[in-house]
Ligand binder design. Structure first.
Ligand SMILES: [Zn+2]
Length: 295
């Protein structure tokens, strides 16, 4: 009979959490500290067979397939777990998944050595895109945002420039970006999904450059697509990651090429998962940690 004692936070609504006790899953392996890839693809469809399993139309999230992510013990497929070297902490390990997304975004953006990169948005994904862009060979990265606190974190983490955007039209914002960079960016990584920000990214990207759409916005966005077409600016979607992006993310953190520690701004125990989510939703946090392990 399965052992109990597996505390899980079940969030049933915007301000509704209750703690429950579910059976501890029986492990087949165990003992290693791993980063988990939470999506489970079918590995049988055409996209999966072609190696682009991030695009699998049948992909399921671990949070829906099993008891959820906010739990002390969960069972997951071994080939979706990435063993972490000893010099990676559990908190850094928790950031491997979003860093893998940033790695894929840099590949989609085709960032090259010496490139000038505009990162639009100073949330966790923007900051992780910044470190991934540097690791990809970018020499100049400008990070925009609305919060001085988050832009300070970006600056301390290595941003070449930061710019607080607010009250400007997209064309005015693009002009301000070009003033700082001395010209348009080679690549833009748009991490907000907000139409005015996407518009600015298109205006501020050089002819023949790429705009990577990292932020998730509405399915229909009003942006200057004609301007992008006339400049041969390619707008590239970004969805999740594949195996190589995860192993790259682990290598980047283990080697010190990507320092993700400064992005952890808040910590909560499992019992306060709701408070953790509310803190993230309030906009004050970059990365919020929920500690599921018993200390
Ligand atoms: Zn598939």
């Amino acid at each position: 009979m399965a052992k109990t004692g597996n505390l899980s936070a079940v969030l049933q609504g915007a301000n509704n959490q209750h703690m429950t006790d579910v059976p501890i899953p029986e492990p087949e392996y165990g003992g290693d500290l791993v980063a988990t890839e939470p999506g489970i693809s079918c590995f049988q469809c055409k996209k999966c067979k072609a190696g682009r399993y991030n695009l699998c139309p049948l992909l399921q999230e671990i949070t829906f397939k099993y008891v959820g992510g906010l739990t002390r013990y969960a069972k997951h497929a071994a080939d979706l777990c990435y063993k972490l070297p000893d010099n990676i902490s559990d908190e850094e390990g928790a950031l491997i998944e979003p860093l893998a997304c940033a790695v894929n975004a840099c590949k989609r953006a085709e960032i090259g050595m010496g490139d000038t990169v505009l990162v639009y948005g100073s949330g966790s994904m923007g900051l992780l895109c910044m470190v991934a862009a540097f690791a990809s060979g970018a020499t100049t990265v400008l990070v925009t945002g609305r919060s001085y606190e988050k832009l300070n974190i970006a600056k301390k983490a290595g941003a070449s420039y930061t710019l607080k955007i607010g009250g400007k039209s997209p064309k005015e914002a693009a002009a301000a970006i070009e003033d700082i960079l001395g010209g348009p960016a080679d690549v833009a990584m748009e991490c907000t999904g907000v139409p005015s920000c996407v518009s600015t990214a298109i205006y501020a990207t050089t002819r023949g450059g790429n705009v990577a759409m990292v932020g998730i916005g509405d399915p229909v966005l009003e942006v200057p697509l004609g301007t992008a077409a006339m400049k041969e600016v390619d707008i590239r979607g970004v969805l999740r990651y594949c195996h190589d992006d995860f192993t790259t993310a682990v290598s980047l953190v283990a080697s010190g090429k990507a320092n993700v520690k400064p992005f952890i701004t808040h910590r909560f125990p499992l019992e306060k998962s709701l408070e953790a989510l509310q803190t993230k939703a309030s906009g004050v946090a970059v990365k919020v940690m929920v500690r599921c392990a018993e200390d």
